[in-house]
Structures are given as structure tokens and as C-alpha cells.
Design a protein around this ligand. Sequence first.
Ligand code: AMP
Length: 208
Amino acid sequence: MKIILLGPPGSGKGTVSENLVKDFSAAHISPGEILREEVSKETTLGIEIKKYIEKGNLVPNQFIVEIIKLEIIGKKDFILDGFPRSLDQAEAIKDIPLDVVLYLDVPEKVVIERFSGRRTCSNNHGYHIKYLPPKKEGLCDIDGLPLSKRKDDKPDIIKERFRVYHKNTAPLVEYYKKKGLLISVDASPAPEKVYAEVKKALKKISKK
Ligand code: AMP
């Protein structure tokens, strides 16, 4: 299946993606991960885009659209986690057929609480100290790597990421609704409940 995951920062797109990848062996395409890797490797692109990510702003289209298109083209099953994030980006992939756009709907208040406990390892496996704790404190269950906070998970940067989300990304909800592709999932409950809803929604589509 070709799936787009849409939702505000901290709505659980990464966790839903991890589960979908396990269950459906689809390719997980996350621009955030791709960009963070460029930054950590200090590539030419990484040096150029670091300032945008650290401030919570969108990286300009010229640095991301072609990379994502190349990742998508030719893939039968993929989960796009964090792209598109603007109408321009959605238009850039409008010729690529999609099965569904899953909108993880969650109020900002819930998300702010989630951010304070969010931890990831350097391979991007995500945890939450309260809602999704690792088996051993501070260490990833999958690869044993130490867990840390993401640099852009600080309160003032989170605020900016929300501002950017409302201005640029939220209009995509209407955009994909009009195309008949949008399915909303209540993303406030615990991760396993959210994922159960996601699976239900996907079952309905595959029966169509
Ligand atoms: P994420 O891991 O999806 O929360 O993304 C982290 C950061 O990467 C964002 O705050 C942006 O700075 C950048 N980023 C991720 N996806 C995109 C995108 N589709 N367009 C522009 N910038 C992006």
C-alpha cells in the first residue's frame, strides 16, 4: 500500500510507521530522518539545512522534494512519514497514486505532554518514558543504543514547529479530504490503541 501519514508534531507518526513497517514490510520514508542523518554526517546538504531543523522550520523544497520523489518512485509499498508538509510538496507528488492519507488527529495539549518524555536512539527507534518505556531504562530495546532527547524537542522549538504545522501542513487535511483519500484516526490514546485503529482503517480500504 501507498500511505501518507499526516499529523502535527508528536502525533505518533514515527511509532505508527514502525508498526506498519513490521506488519506490512513497506518502505518507511521519513524526510526528518533523512535530513537529520545528513546533519549528523556534516555533508554539504547537512551543513546547509541544519539551521532550519534546529529552529523548527521547514527545510526549503529545493533540498527535499527531489530526494523524496526518488525514494518513492518504483516502490510498490511505502509509508511517507512527514512528507508532504505543504501544499507545494503535495502538488509535487500529485501524479503518484496513493491508497490512503492517514491523519493522526490529536490536540496540541496532549502532544506537548508527550514531547517532554520522548526519547530516541541514534537509529531512530522511538520511546516515551511514561507511555512507551524501554525494557531497560535509557537503552533501546532493539539495538541497545543509549536513548536521548531530540535536539528540536525543546519547548520554544516545539512551539515554532506547531506554528509551522498550522500554517503550512494543516491545509493538507482539506486537500486530501477533497481527493477522497483522507481517513482520520484519533491519536490521543496510548500507542497500541492508536495502532489498532490504524489497522482497522487499513482493513476497510483493502476490502474496497
Ligand atoms: P520530523 O522528524 O518529521 O519531525 O522532522 C524534523 C524536521 O525536519 C522538521 O522540523 C523540518 O525542519 C524537517 N523536515 C521534515 N520533513 C520535512 C518536509 N517534508 N519539508 C521540509 N522540512 C522537513
